[in-house]
Ligand binder design. Sequence first.
Ligand code: NDP
Length: 335
Amino acid sequence: FNEIPTGYPVPGQTIVYDESETIDLDNVPLNGGILVKILALSIDPYLRRKMIDPKIPSFFPPFRVGQVLDNSGVGVVLRSESPAFKVGSHVKGHFPFQEYVVLSDPSKARTRVLENKESLPWTVYLGVCGMPGQTAHHGWYEFSHFKKGDIVFVTAASGPVGATVVQIAKAEGLKVIASAGSDEKVEFVKSIGADVAFNYKTTKTREVLEKEGLINIYWDNVGGESLEAALEFAAQKAHFIICGNISGYNTQDPYHVKNLQQLVWREITFHGFLIGSLMPKYQEEFDRTFPARVASGEIKYKEHIVRGLENAGQGLVDVLTGKNFGKTVLVVADE
Ligand code: NDP
């Protein structure tokens, strides 16, 4: 991480690729830990939130200039001095954006062995079976308060969080309205079950909502005009799940939302949340059931693969500008 961006990150400026450090794979001391070859790293919108001035109070510790970026990753154990990690086993953890990492205390990087009984591609554990899928699942069951006949509106609906929400809501038998930023994304969202899907860049959100009936549940991934339209067409006592507001992640201006008076008149509840808080309650059930639902094809997903650490910056820009289509994964190495 080279520089705090003022707007969108700039590859080669905000994030730079550095080949200066090398590692002797055969002899690097493990101090009782493991040597992991990193196969894939997750690129998520929240990484932008970690690129803010460290003086601004934030739940996530911001990246410090000069620090190696880090995020969820999957890898394979090359050497091990820890009985809990066998050589050749696949692991998931919080890893630096590097080709290899030595973890002298793997538990510190939340590292765990992936059993992958369903033989899914490893990258799935960064997307639909990882943090974004968990966000959709845990957030939905904690906050949606869904009931028969509800109308749900989901934004950024082709992404790993949005697409999973669409499918969970459809599996519960609800009517789903979904928006996405291109016609191709809209087709995908329809293919996974959305009853109504539209390109919010060419069709006004408020016109669609006006036609489709008042919404009982709004899954907000984007904030901005979508949130304002959802407030305007919310049913009485609607639940708004405020998962993200990506339309404001790269702006310096304070964020103003119109129509907030509807919180009173429509008795709307806003549920803001961070996924970490919901993990203890839902994680066991998710790990037990979700990979099987994905493997059976019941829950579908898309991936946006970016190859090579040198392209990490571009991968993040893709996510923040909507050039990605599906879960953005940085593939660092093949097996
Ligand atoms: P995605 O892979 O869907 O990527 C983000 C998408 O946001 C883009 O593809 C784009 O889709 C859309 N987007 C980008 N810029 C804008 C804009 N200016 N206005 C409207 N939409 C825009 O991301 P995820 O599925 O990983 O995450 C979705 C949301 O969930 C994010 O806001 C993220 O921060 C949040 N999140 C929150 C968590 C929590 O704990 N609360 C945990 C995980 C994610 P399109 O082309 O359709 O516009």
